[in-house]
Design a protein around this ligand. Structure first.
Ligand SMILES: N[C@@H](CCC(=O)N[C@@H](CS)C(=O)NCC(=O)O)C(=O)O
Length: 310
């Protein structure tokens, strides 16, 4: 795990000394948008996604690529599950564009003087040979609004305010909250994050007693953003990130909700628990120095769903 400094890879872990043991996620740098008539126009076969099966942020983009019927329009490369000295790596043949074996080489192709973290997901433009965007929150909106994309809009303008408000509450407390707990290097920073994770899970559990999905009858962006954290919860966040007040399976509504989303056509194909466990337990050696990956838990995401609320 490391970062790039003026185009060169440097192997170093996140600095939590300067933040009192707190993990602070740096913001991403490539923030281009795709729109007809613009520099990045939507064209089939032009864009390529670099994703990880393990990463919850990349997972958002894989779900959207599937739900929106963009598998033919947007090609994909998967990085290897372990992220060690070279950061994300690619197996031989995994990158049809650059034949890169590390993701930092792809960032260097986009900007030979790039400084910053080398994260997934990355949306690459073949035409201009550069990175369009490496922020999953924006990539999913590009996919949602892609011309000819399948299904209803997941961020419809009339619900944008409600979705934004939910995202703004769920991202710090849950999506990033589990990381703040797991990467904390002081007891106080860990406990603060831990309390926020479970307070928000409790709030959402209540909310889901009267709603099928977060905004009612049908899933929206807010549900999918929550889903990629929940589906990993019992397998990695509960143990590896020490978010162990409860398991997801202990929450009747949230567990049912997670399975309801998992069972939507195509979604299960985007969930690879083996890759998820290998990545977290194997890559974060300062948390788990042996790299030993637990065999459990035994989770049945196909168990029948009981939610009928609307
Ligand atoms: N804000 C970014 C965050 C992406 C992110 O942090 N991805 C992680 C993997 S789960 C990563 O690539 N980390 C490598 C690093 O920070 O060096 C997004 O949502 O796209």
């Amino acid at each position: 795990m490391g970062l790039m400094v003026e185009g060169t890879w440097r192997d170093q872990w996140y600095d939590t000394d300067s933040t009192g043991g707190k993990f602070e996620r740096p913001s991403t740098t490539f923030r281009g948008r795709i729109a007809p008539g613009e520099r990045f126009a939507p064209e089939p076969g032009r864009y390529h996604l670099y994703a990880s099966w393990a990463c919850p942020w990349a997972h958002r983009t894989l779900i959207y690529r599937k739900l929106k019927g963009l598998e033919d329009a947007i090609s994909v490369s998967y990085v290897d599950p372990l992220m060690l000295e070279q950061g994300w790596t690619l197996s031989e043949g995994a990158d049809p564009i650059h034949r890169a074996r590390t993701l930092w080489q792809v960032y260097a192709k986009a900007d030979p003087a790039y400084s910053g973290r080398v994260t997934v997901p990355v949306l690459w433009d073949r035409k201009h040979a550069t990175i369009v965007n490496n922020e999953s929150a924006e990539i999913i909106r590009l996919f949602d609004a892609w011309p000819g994309a399948r299904g209803p809009l997941l961020y419809p303008p009339e619900r944008a305010g409600e979705i934004d408000a939910l995202n703004a509450a769920i991202y710090p407390a849950i999506n990033n909250g589990v990381y703040r707990a797991g990467f904390a290097t002081t007891q106080a920073a860990y406990e603060e994050a831990f309390d926020e994770v479970f307070a928000m899970l409790d709030t959402l559990e209540e909310r889901l007693k009267t709603r099928k999905f977060l905004l009612g009858d049908a899933p929206t962006e807010a549900d999918w953003r929550l889903f990629t954290t929940l589906i990993r919860f019992d397998a990695v966040y509960h143990g590896h990130f020490k978010c162990n007040r409860n398991r997801l399976a202990d929450y009747e509504e949230l567990w049912d909700f997670t399975r309801a989303l998992y069972q939507i056509e195509g979604v299960a194909d985007t969930v690879r628990l083996d890759q998820i466990k290998t990545h977290y337990y194997g890559s974060h050696r300062m948390i788990n120095p042996t790299g030993v990956v637990p065999k459990g838990p035994d989770l049945d995401f196909w168990a029948p769903v009981s939610r009928v609320r609307g």
